[in-house]
Design a binder for this molecule. Structure first.
Ligand code: BGC
Length: 857
């Protein structure tokens, strides 16, 4: 069977995209732009900043309500600090990217818009399209890829989907937020006119802007206006050369100046007026800024209002359940499409769901589903399905399935469990006293809480002096077992921990920034091991002192948490896991990382499997007939220690609230895996081209600088391939695909000359499945400059039943497919010559006869 399908090409000639999208944006009852003439100067200045962590300011007098914004693409949540509220949780962005599925991501965008409306948010803060430059990047899990075209097109699909329904999308962080370590403080050694920025880091943004028209863009900390090229970046590149018309906002507390930032084109300071407000009024008075400068920024704000609707949750119960069903279907489809089969030997996968074989499930993550990474891209899912339960649902006979929890993976000690805690007056939980140093015997407030934790950011109970006070937490703790257990404290200030009246642990104020306080909780933690008895009740008192107030910008933290972990004999649990594995026909080991490892606010220090996972995997593999390793991770993992021990490996990412179901379907062949890596997996960390230049280091002048010495050679663009574990674009299937009849043509005229490729794809195996068609262009021979051997220029995802063939046609603007950035001319240059095209194992060529220089999108 052979048919020709008109596939919607993933890469299109997109001159028409902007206007089309704009037409579909919501129209308001009135034009906010008209308000410019009636706003007072103070009101205009007010509109240049946020008024809370989740809203840009409004003006009450004119009924201009605040613009509510919400993170992010894994799940729209109301606020970074409102972590208890649940939301529909989609897979993380590396999983989304591994789908290579433009249509599915557009569908995600639509679902995010619905979620945003239900939370009354007008703008979704995402997607994040920073580059996967180094496998330690803390936020890589919430970004797409090492390849700018893949990142830009997939992110663009999300933006289109979100904006189709009157909600705005704000891609972030422009540009080079590729490392988290000291992200507020480092600079980069690159310039706007260097090839690495143009061909990789900025290129992701230009690809994005060619396929969508976001209402706003968020700046990266590094370029939030203390980098000297910021004017070039916003005004010259983004606005003038690329024609971006939307609003430019700072990242949270990322504005560094008043006058410079306004002149450089930064429209909105988030989340509060630290460098704006009265400081702007002063700058106008002193003549450093004119009212016309302010108007230019305010117009962007009013335009954004014109392009987004104020939204409210207005679904009735029936509609709500329909929305929920459709949302979860999308979440599941994305997880199914993004999970990658990395290794499959000895016919290990798929498992036969009808066989009553013994299946051992091993590892904490097999029971405690991993759904998201950490930081502002995390969210609290509506539900977590333990993978063991999802597997039970798809196996005809699960009676021989066993579970063993294996080694500990948690990075921080969990909060002490509420059922073990009682306040001194007999209620569940803890008693908390807020005490000023000036009156130690009369607390200003005493309260009870179930969770043994107080977590405050700049907002404190009335009358509490900060500095000059302490929090005292009291509870009676009933020990669940005999053993040398761990008590731990996480806190913002100096502390003392007492058990039965005796001081058992004390520590100083942690030397952390507010940023580290918010995200990197391990830096706040102190631990003590104590021999304790089962059933005994221990009176615990924790006293934490306040710290000095932050002077500029960020809110002052104040926090105290009591944590507990039962003694755990790792050798013994490995032995238990081996016993379970030995008795089974197949073992599935769940390993990798969760959101405690991969998060905003800090980078990974290494990419090896955490803690004792290598020992567990090796032991299980030695005892097991067949071993499947399921890895949760955003960044690639160094699997060199175990890759030859196991028969199959699956990368399950952080797959969202439907992830366990998707995974169970892939393991049992209900779904044919079709995820493809969106980033190179190096064998070891040392093999990554950025290894020596990550994170930022102090340069000779004492400045913290992030160097990009590998230049253009990131990921698959690096010439040395022998240290690659799994290359970019890689992933196995339960079926086979054959490529034939590659044809390449160049047609059209002027700036819209297109390169068109068509290829016939056949499913030559016995199972239906998706294939990702990837088109790479190789540079003209004899180029004046070094160029990567090949670069991804087009892609699409195709579904084929066994025996079916389709002709797939894709096109791209010729100069986008062929050009490099000419650092001398400060323009793109398309050289004349013969270029190659690679699709699957097929090669072809085309000729560019008229070279040119050009600028723009
Ligand atoms: C992050 C942004 C996020 C913002 C609001 C910042 O810390 O860098 O990505 O959108 O917080 O939560």
């Amino acid at each position: 069977m052979s048919s020709v399908v008109e596939l919607q090409p993933s890469t299109t000639v997109t001159a028409v995209q902007g206007p089309e999208i704009r037409n579909t944006m919501a129209k308001q009852d009135h034009d906010f732009r008209e308000l410019l003439s009636v706003l007072t100067l103070e009101e205009k200045v007010r509109l240049l900043s946020g008024e809370s962590f989740t809203a840009a300011a409004g003006v009450k007098r004119l009924n201009i309500s605040p613009i509510k914004v919400a993170d992010s693409t894994s799940g729209v949540r109301p606020s970074q600090h409102d972590s208890d509220m649940t939301t529909a949780c989609f897979p993380n962005t590396t999983c989304l990217a591994s789908t290579w599925d433009v249509e599915a991501l557009e569908d995600l965008g639509e679902k995010l818009a619905t979620q945003a409306k239900m939370k009354s948010a007008q703008v979704v803060l995402g997607p994040n399209i920073n580059m996967h430059r180094d496998p330690r990047g803390g936020r890589n899990f919430e970004a797409f890829s090492e390849d700018p075209l893949l990142a830009g097109h997939l992110a663009g699909a999300v933006v289109r989907g979100v904006q189709r329904h009157g909600v705005g999308s704000c891609p972030k962080h422009f540009v080079c937020n590729d490392s988290e370590y000291m992200r507020h403080y480092y600079n980069v050694d690159q310039t706007v006119d260097g090839r690495p920025l143009r061909e990789i880091y900025l290129a992701a943004w230009s690809h994005l802007l060619r396929v969508c028209d976001p209402v706003a863009i968020m700046m990266a900390y590094v370029f939030s206006l203390f980098y000297r090229g910021h004017y070039d970046l916003i005004e010259r590149v983004l606005r003038k050369s690329w024609g971006f018309k939307g609003l430019v906002m700072s990242d949270w507390f990322g504005t560094r100046s008043t006058v410079e930032a306004i002149k450089a084109g930064l429209d909105l300071e988030m989340p509060f007026p630290v460098h704006r407000g009265p400081k702007v009024i002063e700058a106008i008075k002193s003549g450093q800024v004119s009212e016309a400068d302010i108007d230019e920024r305010v117009i962007k704000h009013l335009d954004l209002r014109n392009r987004t609707r104020e939204s409210h949750a207005d679904a009735d119960a029936e509609e709500y359940s329909e929305i929920e069903e459709a949302t979860n279907q999308t979440a599941r489809k994305l997880a199914e499409g993004g999970i990658i089969l990395l290794k499959n030997e000895n016919g290990t996968l798929p498992l036969d769901p009808n066989a009553s074989a013994g299946l051992a499930v091993i590892g904490e993550f097999g029971r405690d589903a991993v759904v998201t990474g950490g930081g502002s891209a995390s969210c609290n899912p509506q539900y977590r399905i333990p993978p063991v339960d999802a597997l039970k649902d798809v196996l005809a006979d699960a009676s021989r399935m066993t579970f063993s929890q294996g080694v500990k993976t948690r990075r921080i000690i969990p909060l002490a469990p509420v059922p073990l805690l009682q306040t001194p007056d007999g209620h569940a939980g803890v008693e908390i006293k807020y005490i000023n140093d000036s009156s130690p015997d009369s607390p200003i407030l005493v309260e009870r809480r179930e969770k043994p934790s107080v977590w405050m950011m700049g907002e404190f109970p009335a009358g509490l002096q900060v500095p000059g006070s302490c929090i005292e937490l009291n509870t009676n703790f009933k020990c669940p077992s005999n053993g040398k257990h761990t008590l731990a404290v996480r806190r913002s200030g100096a502390f003392r921990l007492y058990v039965n009246g005796e001081e058992v642990l004390t520590g100083p104020q942690p030397d952390v920034t507010t940023e580290q306080f918010i995200f990197n909780h391990i830096l706040l933690e102190s631990r003590v091991e104590m021999a304790m008895e089962e059933g005994a009740v221990y009176a615990i008192k924790l006293v934490v002192q306040s710290r000095d107030r932050e002077t500029v910008g960020e809110p002052t933290p104040y926090a105290a948490s009591l944590c507990f972990e039962e003694f755990h004999d790792e050798d013994q649990t490995i032995i238990e896991a081996m016993e379970v594995a030995r008795a089974a026909d197949t073992s599935i080991v769940f390993a990798g990382r969760d959101g405690q490892y991969e998060s905003e606010g800090y980078d990974l220090e290494e990419i090896a499997l955490p803690r004792n996972q290598v020992a567990l995997i090796k032991a299980v593999a030695s005892a097991s007939k067949k071993t499947i390793l399921v890895l949760h991770c955003g960044n690639p993992i160094d699997v060199s220690a175990v890759v030859d021990d196991v028969d199959a490996i699956i990368c399950a990412h952080f797959p969202g609230q439907e992830g366990s179901r998707a995974l169970a379907d892939i393991l049992t062949g209900n779904v044919n895996p079709s995820g493809r890596t969106a980033t190179t997996w190096w064998k070891t960390l040392q093999d990554a081209p950025s290894f020596g230049d990550f994170p930022a280091q102090k340069d000779n002048g004492g400045d913290l600088t992030l160097k990009y010495q590998e230049g253009l050679q990131i990921g698959y663009r690096h010439p040395k391939k022998e240290r690659v574990q799994w290359p970019f674009g890689y992933g196995l299937s339960y079926t086979t695909f054959e490529y034939s009849d590659l044809m390449v043509a160049v047609s059209g005229a002027g700036s819209t000359i297109t390169l068109e490729c068509s290829v016939t794809l056949t499913n030559s195996g016995s199972m239906a499945g998706h294939e990702v068609v990837q088109v790479y262009v190789t540079p003209a021979k004899g180029s004046r400059v070094w160029r990567p051997e090949q670069e991804l220029k087009m892609f699409t995802k195709v579904f084929l039943t066994p025996g079916e063939s389709k002709t797939v046609s894709l096109k791209e603007v010729l100069r986008v497919a062929c050009s490099y950035w000419d650092e001398t001319e400060k323009q793109w240059r398309m050289e004349e010559g013969v270029y190659g095209v690679l699709v699957g194992q097929l090669h072809s060529a085309f000729t560019v006869s008229d070279g040119e220089h050009w600028d723009g999108l």
